[in-house]
Write a protein that binds this ligand. Structure first.
Ligand SMILES: *Cc1c(COP(=O)(O)O)cnc(C)c1O
Length: 404
């Protein structure tokens, strides 16, 4: 492209109003978090680590309370011992479900790695323990109410909703949509737990799913709520009775949330959560800028440039293997870590297709940092997310435009 700087400025001009909306949401969420810190009287002692059993680890317990307060839930678990988003969701589901129960997913097939948790064969999945699974596909990217009502009649323990798109082309659900479907599920007489995989959705809107009718939300700390500072971990927030059940799965049935130490301390978790509303706003701006710029060049991407995004991910359709690979490589070349590396596709654990991933990140694999990935198969869609600063996303875009 000839005049990259001028083109980016044009895109930015188009996004002016949207960026202002994002700033407003960030401010609203910053207030929520700051007030949660104040309410729980966060002090330097909360950052201290503990060892061994970690009885009475105030940093650990209060961190859960801060998340719960900011997300408007009764209780929360936040732990570096939740090893990834998949592990977090797995612990939560195993905590909630018992043999003979049915898990109903109403947002289409769940995220790739969760499928093995739910119905893997002979791998210790929920299915191996006698938990049934059924799934209602989306109808034109919307919840299929008739089928959902039918399934609920058969007896369901947990209704599962995935907020973000995963490796699908649909857009993320807004909390407005999640709220409506939660009401509908209740109208159908459902009395069990409504569970939302909240990955990539935290702080994108002024509300979180438990404010609109969900009972449990869960997500990864190397995405939105870690603010780019948390070095690993996950969180689960929601109704106290469910958090209690999940806590017994996280540790052991006899001890629940009484134990759990972390010698390195919790400063980065507190600080990252405090930074998260701002960091998420940066990621959203990076996503919109890249989306608008590529849309202008004829690359279809989702959510489309004129829509409000409801998560921080963006799917870009390349319809060409080499173009997709080049895009992902440019993201890597623009990264602060391993910028000299050319990405190659590989058999990533938990995925059926070969995945190519740019993650030149400070925290390994953190996708709140500038990153891009996707399965190498037609129609060659790259999923872009993150950017700890808008400026970094802008820099990556300039490299992409120079080389695409
Ligand atoms: C990232 C993600 C997960 C979990 O992923 P991990 O890589 O295990 O952290 C689950 N669901 C969705 C929708 C996701 O985006």
């Amino acid at each position: 492209m000839q005049n990259v700087e001028k083109y980016i400025e044009e895109c930015e001009h188009k996004l002016d109003k949207r960026f202002k909306e994002i700033d407003k949401v960030a401010y609203y969420n910053q207030v929520k978090v700051a007030e949660a810190f104040a309410q729980h009287r966060i002090a330097a002692r909360h950052f201290n680590g503990t060892t061994g059993y970690g009885y009475g680890d105030d940093g650990r317990d209060t961190l859960g309370k801060v998340f719960a307060t900011a997300f408007r839930t009764e209780a929360g678990i936040v732990s570096p011992h939740l090893l990834s988003g998949t592990h977090t969701l797995s612990v939560a589901l195993f905590g909630l479900l018992r043999p003979g129960d049915t898990l109903l997913c109403i947002s289409g097939m769940p995220y790739d790695t969760i499928r093995g948790v739910i119905y893997g064969e002979g791998n210790g999945s929920l299915k191996d323990y006698g938990v049934n699974f059924s799934c209602v596909d989306l109808k034109k990217d919307a919840f299929d109410r008739d089928k959902i009502a039918e399934e609920i009649k058969k007896g369901v323990k947990v209704v599962y909703i995935q907020r973000s798109r995963g490796y699908e082309l649909r857009d993320a659900f807004s909390c407005g949509q999640i709220g409506e479907i939660c009401s509908f599920v209740r109208q159908c007489g459902f009395e069990g737990c409504i569970f939302v995989d909240n990955c990539y959705g935290e702080f994108v809107e002024t509300k979180e799913p438990c404010e609109v009718g969900a009972d449990i939300i869960a997500g990864s700390l190397i995405k939105n709520p870690g603010g780019g500072l948390a070095q690993t971990g996950g969180y689960i927030c929601g109704k106290e009775k469910y958090i209690d059940m999940i806590g017994k799965r996280l540790t052991a049935p006899s001890i629940g949330l009484e134990v759990g130490s972390f010698a390195l301390g919790y400063q980065y978790y507190y600080q990252g959560f405090f930074a998260a509303p701002h960091t998420v706003a940066q990621a959203l701006k990076c996503s919109l800028l890249i989306g608008t710029a590529l849309d202008g060049l004829g690359y279809k991407n989702y959510p489309s440039a004129d829509k409000t995004p409801y998560d921080i991910t963006r799917a870009i359709e390349f319809n060409d293997e080499q173009k997709m690979v080049n895009f992902i490589r440019e993201v890597q070349y623009a990264s602060p870590v391993d910028s000299f590396v050319a990405c190659e596709a590989w058999d990533m654990p938990g995925y059926d297709d070969k995945i190519i991933m740019a993650a030149g990140t400070f925290v390994s694999g953190a996708s709140i940092e500038l990153s891009a990935d996707g399965p190498v198969k037609p129609p060659y869609i790259a999923y872009f997310q993150g950017g700890l600063s808008y400026e970094h996303g802008r820099y990556a875009l300039s490299k992409i435009l120079n080389n695409l």
